[in-house]
Design a protein. Structure first.
Length: 281
């Protein structure tokens, strides 16, 4: 029970950090240079530029509606952490800008904001949360269609960013698209480095020894798939594992030590669901 509580606290703190970085990108980089955004954040920016509505208010109202939609499609844990994230983003948006940065070279704040946004979203996703808005839709696409989160989010965000050109102008619309692209790339890189899952398939005659060693190394169960050779007709079990990138790097030397001739297939998995995931974080 204490361990579970500590995990929840760690994730809540991670989401708060991501929310803070996300809000800094909006308050200190995007809004001062009239650069838009995608999804709900883009709508809050448009509301701020056109109607002078405070972004914090628009953010919490619109995202609450979207969270109600996602309530039936995503697990309750994601909804809880997403609501936590939306609340903290709204709180941080009400704070004055952390730093004052003004330049006529508006490409620079667009690039920096894209990096900040990608890192912030990576931290939030790492803690099983989302910023709601287009990320809820992106999470649904990732869960049910296996689309990379960053790419799905970019597509959804562009649906808002492109029409925003009527409010912020064509030049800043293109800057918005650049910022969104950089954010998606950074998010995908972040996920590949810290949150990517990989499947490993191993075919070896030393199945029992290999399975015992790998299970002891990973501290988790291992799936055995029954296979047979097409030409030889020989039946043999194939070892199937889902693990993190860091874990996969440790497994290869162990596999080669037990059986240098083992056939190994490593593939990146875009979406995984199940209780085993909790042991990989």
């Amino acid at each position: 029970m204490q361990k579970t509580t500590m995990i929840v606290i760690r994730k809540c703190l991670l989401i708060m950090l991501g929310s803070f970085i996300y809000s800094v990108a909006i308050n200190s980089l995007l809004l001062p240079h009239q650069i838009g955004e995608g999804g709900v954040t883009g709508l809050t920016a448009i509301g701020y530029y056109a109607l002078h509505i405070q972004p914090a208010l628009t953010n919490i109202v619109l995202n609450s509606i979207i969270l109600l939609i996602g309530f039936k499609l995503l697990d309750k844990k994601t909804i809880f952490y997403s609501l936590w994230c939306v609340v903290w983003i709204s709180i941080f948006l009400k704070l004055p800008p952390i730093f004052q940065y003004h330049t006529k070279q508006t490409l620079i704040p667009a690039i920096i904001a894209g990096v900040f946004m990608g890192i912030a979203l990576g931290l939030i996703y790492r803690a099983d949360g989302t910023i709601a808005g287009s990320t809820i839709i992106a999470s649904i696409l990732n869960k049910y269609l296996g689309v990379q989160t960053g790419s799905a989010m970019l597509f959804c965000d562009l649906l808002v960013a492109i029409p925003s050109g009527f409010i912020i102008g064509t030049e800043r619309m293109f800057l918005t698209m650049i910022e969104l692209y950089i954010s998606a790339v950074v998010l995908n890189i972040f996920n590949d480095m810290f949150g990517a899952k990989y499947s490993i398939k191993i075919i070896t005659p030393k199945v029992e020894q290999m399975s015992a060693s790998l299970s002891n190394q990973l501290k988790q169960g291992i799936t055995m798939v029954h296979t047979h050779g097409y030409y030889s007709g020989e039946e043999r079990a194939m070892i199937y594992i889902i693990c993190s990138k860091k874990q996969s790097a440790k497994l290869f030397p162990l596999i080669e030590q037990i059986d240098p001739n083992a056939m190994i297939v490593l593939e990146q998995v875009h979406s995984v669901a199940g209780h085993q995931l909790n042991m990989l974080k």
